[in-house]
Design a protein around this ligand. Sequence first.
Ligand code: ADP
Ligand code: MG
Ligand code: ZN
Length: 649
Amino acid sequence: MKKSCQTKPEKRWNLTPVSQLNSHQKNHKRATSIGRLAAGWMILQTFFLATPVLAQQKLKNDLSYSQFLEKLEQDQVTKVELDDTTNQASVTLKGQSKEDSPKQVVLFDQNQDLIPKIRAKNVDLSLKTSIDRSQTVGVLLNLLIFFVLLSGLIMIVRRSASASGQALNFGRSKAKFQMEAKTGIQFNDVAGIEEAKEELQEVVTFLKEPEKFTAVGAKIPRGVLLVGPPGTGKTLLAKAIAGEAGVPFFSISGSEFVEMFVGVGASRVRDLFKKAKENAPCLVFIDEIDAVGRQRGAGIGGGNDEREQTLNQLLTEMDGFEGNSGIIVIAATNRPDVLDQALMRPGRFDRQVIVDYPDLQGRLGILEVHARGKKIAAEVSLETIARRTPGFSGADLANLLNEAAILTARRHKEAVTMLEINDAVDRIVAGMEGIPLVDSKAKKLTAYHEIGHAIVATMMPSHDPVEKVTIIPRGGAGGLTWFTPDEEMGLETKSKIIAKITSALGGRAAEEVVFGQDEITQGAGQDIQVLTSLARKMVTKFGMSDLGPLALEGQEQPVFLGGDSGGRNEYSEEVASQIDVRIRNIALDCYAKAKNIISENRLAVDRIVDLLIEKETIEGKEFRELLAKFSPVYASEQKTDKIHSLLKK
Ligand code: ADP
Ligand code: MG
Ligand code: ZN
């Protein structure tokens, strides 16, 4: 069978397409098309080989050797053509029409007696040597496979080459910095950070009128570092400088310098400064510079090569501008402590401007800025909002007014009222409002807990006044007592801190006094954490205990630098246990005091709790009136308070 399959290679292999194949090559057609063609061919071949019907059809025209001999004996044969390569004979029979092709006979290898027999019959005999097609086919097949493999290889190589080309072009081609020809932001869009603005006013002058400074031989500073917590307006301030000076603003974030590939950051720095020089005078703003400007070689395992290269490039570029090229670099960070010393050297970021949280006046200013574009009802007092929002950054305040506007739209109102603003504050400070509890023991416990806070706080003269008490859950808390911060967080007296600790314990005290030792809840956990840290600070930081005015917790860092980290404890084990004793004493004393207040005002507690369960929220003013009504102690204290405040005035 195998042999018979190979009898007519020319039928299976039409050779013309092979030459087409070659012409394809000559035409330098894409390697893929050759590959496809070749693959098509392979499939075609297997198709023919594997189709028995086609193979058998070819046999129809054949004679077996014995049939051939028989015909020869019977003088039926007129012509025989021997082919020694395929070892076949083409036999033409008597009476065969011209169109019919000769019969094919497969011969044995050894058939010496055949030729004499043919001769004897006087049949026309000829010999031919055909090209061994089977071998040609084999060679072609090998070639084809070779081509397919080769083109596949070329494709793979090309693809990976283009990928690595992209990688190498990463730093160069993609401009990661933004350029604003005009920021459109002026100094009066920035409020609440007046000192910073004043400092930077000078930078505007440098950019606008450099001659003023160069005339007297002054060198224009190159870099200003804005230091402050997130959202306080550092980016805004930098934009305002560019806006005021009317120069282009280039900005990039420190983290964008750092990429997977070493050297990319450095090339971005070069790119940035190249563009900046072309556009001088201009302002280059590098946000979050701590991402690249960290202390070099400080990382575990030898630091980060890429970051160091980037930083080095940045330093080189900053040294590189000749005298007064009109480029000022402003960088922002909230981690000045981690920055490399080399960045702070004169001639680099030698000016540092602190941009801190705004104070009351500042918040008012920021609220005014952001109220400009909004419809706000006449009754809204921005000052009241500013009072309610100590510790809010500029971004928080902007967000607050926006949230209030969204609420207004949702409620289909014409203009933003105090209601929306207060809701927005609550939401930003304490999280989303939850669903009120159904009447249950939990609700009752929560009400007692919150009223406990409120009453203890109100009975402590130095405590901030209650703004409202609510048992509507919010942001994970079952209920909340809000206080109106009296003044800025600036100064805290000892009595004020003690009052805070006591009122923080008011919730737990009410639980215990009303429901007994065994019914106290885990709801006081948060309160206890707060008061413990306050008590610890009193002892170890503020020197407010009989251990004396000693800093026992190491240096205090600005709040926004991440609190207590970095400070080492500078005391012995002995002192440590003394500290623990003092902290415990403060907490226990305050707890006793809180329980005392609850017991003394038990009637008022019960009455106000009933009302709170009914109304779910009680405003501060109403709360104080209720307390005065039910608590003789509070009523009398209020009278003396009034006298005190009258005396003060
Ligand atoms: P930072 O860069 O310090 O993190 P941004 O400058 O990005 O803060 O401030 C974010 C947004 O908050 C500003 O676009 C602006 O709307 C608002 N904002 C922040 N600070 C102020 C400010 N002092 N005055 C007015 N708006 C401010
Ligand atoms: Mg910013
Ligand atoms: Zn509580």
